[in-house]
Design a protein around this ligand. Structure first.
Ligand code: FAD
Length: 240
C-alpha cells in the first residue's frame, strides 16, 4: 500500500480514557496487514456538512501488528471539527485516511531514552514503548523513562497499562506528573520539564523524544539545550 493511497478505516472499538478523550481502534478495509513504524501518524479526511473536506493528522497509538488494525488517542478540541467528529463516531462507522507518514520514530543506535509527553502526546510513545518492550532484541535492556504530564488523576490515559509495563520491565521508569493533583496523589507534581533534569543528570548520551503542544515541546527542547544537549539527540512532534 502506498501512503498516498486513500483507504477506508472502520471503527471497531472505542474506550473512554477521560471525559473528553477516547481510545479508538480501527481496521483498514483494503489490506490484510497495515504496515507502519511506531511513532508515525495518519491523515484522516472527512467532509463537513457544508461539503468542505477537512484533513487532520493523528499519531498512531498502537504498536505495529501482523494485522490490519491501528488505534488512535483522541482529545475533543473545543469547536474543532475533526476531533469531535472522531470522538462521536460509532462502532462500524468508516472514515477515509492516508499514511503512514512522519519520521518521529526511534533513531538507531538505541540509547537510554527519555520520552516526554502531555495529554494525547502520549499516543506515539504508547506505540513505541509497546513495540520496544515486547522484545529484548529491540529494547536491549537500555533504560527508558516516560515523563507523562496531565492535570488531574482522571486525565492520566493508559495509567494502569504503563504501571503494568513498569512492573514487568525494571528498566522502564514510568513518571506521571500532575499539575492540578488532588491531596491524595502520591506521585510527582508540576510540569513535565520540572522532572527532566533529575532523569538526565549525570547520564551518558541519551535520546529525548518530546510530543504534545508547541509550548511544552519548546520548554523541554530549551531546557535540554541549556543542559548541554546536542540538538540531534532531541526529537519532537508538535500537535499545534
Ligand atoms: C503530527 C500530528 C499528530 C497529531 N496527533 C494527534 C493525536 O494523536 N491525538 C489528538 O487528539 N490530536 C493530534 N493532533 C492534533 C490534530 O491533528 C488536530 O489538530 C486536533 O484534533 C484538532 O482538530 P479539529 O479539526 O478538531 O480542530 P481545529 O478546527 O483544527 O482547531 C480548533 C482550534 O483548536 C486549536 N487546536 C488545534 N489542535 C489542538 C489541540 N491538540 N489542543 C488544543 N487546541 C488545539 C486550533 O489552534 C484551533 O484554534 C496531531 C497533530 C499533528 C500535527
Amino acid at each position: 500500500m502506498s501512503p498516498f493511497q486513500t483507504y477506508t478505516a472502520r471503527l471497531v472499538r472505542t474506550l473512554p480514557l477521560s471525559d473528553f478523550t477516547k481510545h479508538l481502534e480501527f481496521e483498514i478495509l483494503q489490506a490484510p496487514r497495515f504496515g507502519f513504524v511506531a511513532g508515525q501518524w495518519l491523515s484522516l479526511k472527512q467532509n463537513t456538512p457544508e461539503g468542505e473536506e477537512i484533513t487532520r493528522a493523528y499519531s498512531i497509538a498502537s504498536a505495529p501488528e501482523e494485522s490490519n488494525r491501528f488505534a488512535l488517542c483522541l482529545n475533543r478540541v473545543q469547536d474543532g471539527f475533526m476531533s469531535n467528529f472522531l470522538c462521536d463516531m460509532k462502532e462500524g462507522q468508516e472514515i477515509r485516511c492516508q499514511g503512514p507518514f512522519g519520521d518521529f520514530i526511534l533513531r538507531p543506535p538505541l540509547r537510554d531514552t527519555i520520552f516526554i509527553a502531555t495529554g494525547t502526546g502520549i499516543a506515539p510513545f504508547r506505540a513505541m514503548l509497546h513495540w520496544l518492550l515486547a522484545d529484548p532484541a529491540r529494547h536491549q535492556y537500555k533504560q527508558f523513562w516516560l515523563v507523562f504530564g496531565n492535570r488531574t488523576e482522571n486525565d492520566i490515559y493508559y495509567h494502569r497499562e504503563f504501571q503494568e509495563l513498569a512492573s514487568k520491565h525494571p528498566f522502564f521508569h514510568y513518571l506521571p506528573t500532575l499539575s492540578r493533583a488532588g491531596p491524595n496523589w502520591q506521585g510527582l507534581r508540576g510540569y513535565v520539564q520540572e522532572h527532566v533534569p533529575a532523569v538526565v543528570h549525570g547520564r551518558g548520551e541519551m535520546h529525548a523524544y518530546i510530543c504534545g503542544l508547541e509550548k511544552m515541546v519548546k520548554a523541554n527542547r530549551e531546557l535540554l539545550k541549556s543542559l548541554g544537549w546536542d540538538r540531534k539527540s532531541i526529537l519532537y512532534e508538535k500537535y499545534d
